[in-house]
Design a binder for this molecule. Structure first.
Ligand code: SF4
Length: 178
């Protein structure tokens, strides 16, 4: 694997903060699935649980990769004013980067996006067959059981639960490369 070749591709994007990691750096836990299934307003969306394999299968899936990219994004926020446009632009860019890495020969490349799918103004899809952009649909890290808090803190990156007095949001995406 030629990391510098991929880093040249990343340099074409406005992504300044990223790190090469391995499956050993990633924390996967059953409780993450519980949170996806209960208490999240996105449950049942096309790229969300229960429409994904079991946590054990997801763990095995991540272990099939040796090299993974982790991206960190930081954004100023006001409580309750999450910027959909920011998230959508980020998704488009991440999908474009995934495609460029894939086309450079890394055929296993797969994006775990920062959050559940945000491509349409309003998601009316109840399952994969009713999704308007199946080709662009990617799960978020939590959907495959990744404990994002546990993973990024282990790697000394910032993350906090967002509260009313929060002013900064930290988001993370992963690209499974090879
Ligand atoms: S692409 Fe659109 S329809 Fe499909 S999951 Fe995303 S927001 Fe919903």
């Amino acid at each position: 694997m030629n990391q510098s070749e991929i880093e040249k591709i990343i340099a074409q994007f406005p992504f300044k903060e990223y790190q090469w990691i391995t499956p050993d750096d990633i924390v996967i836990a059953q409780w993450v699935r519980l949170k996806c299934l209960y208490g999240c307003g996105e449950t049942g969306r096309p790229a969300c649980p229960p429409n994904l394999p079991s946590i054990e299968s997801c763990r095995e899936l991540i272990r099939e990769y040796k090299t993974i990219l982790m991206f960190h994004f930081q954004k100023e926020v006001k409580y309750g004013e999450y910027s959909k446009k920011w998230a959508k632009d980020l998704t488009r860019n991440m999908l474009d980067l995934e495609k460029k890495i894939f086309l450079s020969g890394y055929y296993k490349t797969f994006l775990l996006n920062t959050s559940s799918c945000n491509l349409c103004k309003e998601c009316k899809a109840e399952n994969k067959t009713s999704c308007k952009h199946l080709d662009l649909l990617r799960p978020c890290p939590e959907a495959v059981g990744i404990d994002v808090f546990g993973t990024v803190r282990k790697l000394n990156y910032p993350i906090e639960v967002l509260r009313e007095d929060s002013s900064v949001m930290n988001r993370y995406a992963f690209i499974l490369v090879e």
